[in-house]
Design a protein around this ligand. Sequence first.
Ligand SMILES: [Zn+2]
Length: 110
Amino acid sequence: MYKWNFPNTTPILKLKKELKRFCYVVDIDEWETSKTCHKCFERITLYRNKKLCKEKARMSQYHSVIRCSSNECKLCCMDRDINASKNILLLLQCEKQGKRRPKCFREQKE
Ligand SMILES: [Zn+2]
């Protein structure tokens, strides 16, 4: 079984209540969705690039920009939140179709 760990803080509950006035709201466990590539399910890393700083080349990170750690995957330079959103959409589709979550989104305690 999954460890369902939904935040139940007051702002989240208020947001859910407000959204329920307009649409059907589904809770999806976000476990590993921000650490996994939505294309190949490998781990993602923060995107780093060489940058000249005071005439020295340094590796710098771009805030919230990720790339896939797999060399075969074409995912490069994507916003971390967009990637996580695509994973959450996939998990919603799995739930609606009665399928299990892909293994990379399950805790390994099974
Ligand atoms: Zn990938």
